[in-house]
Design a protein around this ligand. Structure first.
Ligand SMILES: Nc1ncnc2c1ncn2[C@@H]1O[C@H](COP(=O)(O)OP(=O)(O)OP(=O)(O)O)[C@@H](O)[C@H]1O
Length: 361
């Protein structure tokens, strides 16, 4: 048994995936926590006296995030108020069970918990959405709705920051995905440790430089309770490819994860590149790069029996909406008489025709 490389005199019990150092349990805890503390202080993630909502799914990342933030807050006197915010997507056999874990964390870590549900916000559970759309594209709905639900929850709680458990592997995967897709706008912002949700509540990622394998190790040795089952619906296929590629590269050289993040951070998008400008959704007032945000388009598709609306290209969306409008509008109450633009970019549709649509309030 080798000695702990931190020279504490104890035997090492693990090899750190990130650095290869052989460490004892206590020295691993210290190294792990100090690195998160360094990330927080170097990026000046939090101002003292503020409130942080921790986006808590019950999974390993957000559970470790909640535990470490509580520990560092006390140890280094950040003077933060920590609360948990969970989104119930309405996935039977998955989220219902993971929310039980979050409730346990709420009690163990003594943090208030707010749960917001897709059913209340959008009128649909993911179970119902999958029954409509099938298993292939359901991740699009879930991702778009969750992002917005978290921002809405943060606004409701009037917190100053929203912290998510995104780890180094997640960020590196996202860099790869955006390169493969040629998505410059996302590539430009995906490595930011602080992002603006558009509503003035910054999103922060304190685990940005923490390897997933180390999070699992930390949770294991700290005996943290977390929920480890995969989502019962199909995983995000494209991200899956990036994940497999990253895991293969990590086996050859673990520093590849940090190298990809650092490369992403150093990239500067050419100023002549066509970048979207952020505006407010004309329907729900949520930040969007289109006149109507993606969540409202997806929701309209669901409510009008066109669940694939918003899944494909925007030109296709536009065509489907136009066709749908033609079908719905009779000649005497044509959209035009109500000054309606037949265009998803400027959806000001006949309000009487859309009265049944469950717009996000
Ligand atoms: N239902 C949810 N409620 C609240 N926060 C969520 C929820 N789902 C995801 N998040 C937040 O987004 C982060 C990234 O989510 P992702 O779906 O990639 O899960 P993950 O990598 O498995 O993380 P975790 O282990 O925390 O579930 C999570 O760490 C968490 O902070």
């Amino acid at each position: 048994m080798p000695l702990c490389s931190a020279n504490c005199g104890s035997n090492a019990i693990l090899k750190r995936p990130k650095t290869g150092d052989a460490l004892c349990k206590e020295c691993f805890f210290e190294a792990f926590e100090n690195e998160v503390h360094f990330t927080i202080t170097k990026a000046r993630l939090f101002e003292p006296g503020k409130t942080v909502a921790i986006a808590a799914s019950g999974g390993k990342d957000s559970t470790v995030l909640a535990y470490v933030l509580k520990l560092l807050n006390e140890k280094f006197k950040y003077n933060l108020k920590l609360v948990l915010l969970s989104i119930d997507e309405g996935i039977t056999g998955y989220r219902d069970d993971s929310l039980d874990t979050v409730k346990k964390n709420r009690d163990d870590y003594e943090m208030p918990l707010k749960i917001m549900s897709y059913k209340d916000l959008y009128g649909w559970t993911m179970d119902e959405i999958v029954a409509e759309i099938g298993r292939k594209n359901n991740c699009t709905f879930c991702g778009v709705f969750r992002r917005q639900a978290l921002d809405r929850g943060a606004n409701l709680l009037k917190v100053d920051y929203l912290a998510t458990g995104h780890n180094a592997d997640d960020i590196a995967e996202t860099v790869l995905m955006n390169i493969l897709r040629g998505d410059l706008a996302r590539l430009n912002r995906c490595t930011s440790i602080i992002t603006d949700s558009g509503d003035g509540i910054p999103r922060v990622k304190p685990l940005k430089y923490t390897y997933e394998k180390e999070i699992v190790m930390y949770a294991y040795f700290r005996k943290l309770i977390y929920f480890s089952t995969e989502c019962v619906f199909a995983p995000n296929a494209y991200r899956g490819h990036a994940r497999v590629l990253l895991k293969d590269l990590e086996k050859i050289d673990p520093s590849v994860i940090m190298n990809i993040i650092q490369s992403g951070e150093s990239l500067k998008v050419n100023e002549t590149a066509n970048m979207p400008t952020l505006t407010k959704c004309s329907r729900c007032n949520y930040v969007s790069s289109q006149t109507v945000c993606k969540a409202c388009v997806l929701l309209e598709g669901l409510n009008k029996g066109l669940p694939r609306l918003g899944i494909g290209k925007s030109s296709k969306v536009k065509r489907i909406l136009e066709e749908n409008e033609k079908k719905n509008c009779d000649s005497t109450s044509c959209c035009r008489t109500n000054n309606c633009k037949k265009d998803i970019e400027g959806v000001e549709k006949c309000t009487d025709k859309l009265s049944s649509v469950n717009l996000i309030k």
